[in-house]
Write a protein that binds this ligand. Sequence first.
Ligand code: ADP
Ligand code: TZD
Length: 577
Amino acid sequence: MELREITPLAERRASLTDGFHLVVDALKLNGVQTIYGVVGIPVTDLARLAQASGIRYIGFRHEASAGNAAAAAGFLTKRPGICLTVSAPGFLNGLVALANATTNCFPMIQISGSSERPIVDLQRGDYEELDQLAAARPFAKAAYRINRVEDIGLGVARAIRTAVSGRPGGVYLDVPGAVLGQAMDAAAGAGSLWQVTDPAPRQLPSPEAVDRAVSLLARAQRPLVVLGKGAAYAQADEQVRAFVESTGIPYLAMSMAKGLLPDDHPQSVASARSLALAKADVVMLVGARLNWLLGHGEAPQWSPDATFVQVDIDATELDSNQPIAAPLVGDIGSVMTALVERTQAGQVAAPVAWRDELEARKARNAASMRQRLEADPFPMQFSNALRAVRDVLRHRPDVYVVNEGANALDMARNVIDMQRPRQRLDSGTWGVMGIGMGYAIAAAVETGAQVVAIEGDSAFGFSGMEIETICRYRLPVSVVVLNNGGVYRGDDVNAVSCDPSPTTLSPAARHDRLIEAFGGTGYHVTTPDEVTAALKAALASRGPALVDCVLDPGAGTESGHLTHLNPKSAVKGTHHD
Ligand code: ADP
Ligand code: TZD
């Protein structure tokens, strides 16, 4: 036999590639720097290969947290965050985060391995069998499956384009294990990949639409701008500021838009929110939906005569709750620029009487808030612990804040001012618990900045095991647990048996000891001064830390600010008030 005529094995292998390599190559080509995931069959080698190729792989303890991290990365960077999951159960664990990302308009791609199609599709009972594509579809902006190795480049490009263009959202990308292992010619494989050009093109509003909005605002006696997290996401900070400051219109920032303009900006009417909503006659929504968070634009929260201008990239959002008198469909940067350009000097202004009325209410509310924060009861209430956190963070505008819980969320949002854009991440549109550690990890990984996660004790429990992840990667995350020993409160009593009540958690739980198990630093504190000292020390260490703040078990209210959404039993004596 003429051995020399046969291509040596090594050379033959070198001319081949496979699905694993092509997925990694396609992601790299499109600038993906980090993958958040949990490994197992069939994606373990995908994670290894990604790491070997220079992509950072962050391994989590639960896919929901990995998915939440990818979603937060999407919000922070305007590029889709990537989450990697295994088939069936891992996929489903991640899906909740994909759905949450879609609800919040954050771009993210969940790439999941899946089991053998011929076996799954005939329901023959494969290892981790599930029709993942069908399961993902209702919960995602789009769901795609790659069925052939030569389609990997296309599948990745399509997922990226869909995730970030128009209204951003979560995309599911199904990659069966068989496709990952499939081989193809290396040169043809390389030729099958491409880099997406201009994944989220600018979308300009029409001049007529801009003029209509300007003339409406020009006639307003009590104009109001509402900035939402879409405005923060758009990274059009200067354009938003130019419009707000050149018109002098008072504005409200939704929670994740806090810091887009600094919260102490003179035009911010955060501390006169109820008055601003109730009396505004022309309201301009900028990347904010008129959903439950804004009372659907209805009376009595809003004036029944309010007229709405809405800036949004998604035309179908308009008229979803109220008639939109001046629709401005486009990306926020382009729309705000057009508004500034087409407004004549002095044409749009906030009347002095309106500004004065809001100022008076701001001063009154600020005084009563100051009084509440400065009280020093023992055990601490939420406001006292949060005052201490606020005082530390006031000097650290570089710190990212993550926030979840009920009372912990409502109060921290009001007490803790943000000075810079996109540095506050919270439960968002669904009011979901469990985003805490995933969001905190992504904020630290994507920005390199320090993170303080302010958590209700119940909320923390949903992703608490990820403190091991935080410790393993030595991330500069300080977790502040506002510990009142319960869901909402820790003082509810079950009158009929010795089981704890449904809202009760372990009294006197020592969350600080959890982080010590993984090499982080725990602090156990009972007074505002101790909160201050612990948080300062935690931040100074730049290492993983957890400050367990012991609060009065009676601190807080059931459902926080959402008590009115809690259906009450019609049968007397069912509800604990
Ligand atoms: P919030 O909860 O802060 O009020 P929402 O999540 O309800 O904010 O609203 C965000 C809105 O911003 C969505 O309707 C989304 O379509 C829109 N949006 C997202 N990105 C952009 C962008 N680049 N330009 C314009 N609108 C955007
Ligand atoms: N599960 C999920 C995923 N999201 C939810 N929002 C809830 C359950 C219900 N829920 C809330 O809406 S807030 C909350 C739960 C369980 C926890 C409140 O307790 P906490 O916060 O300790 O986190 P406070 O500060 O004590 O109110």
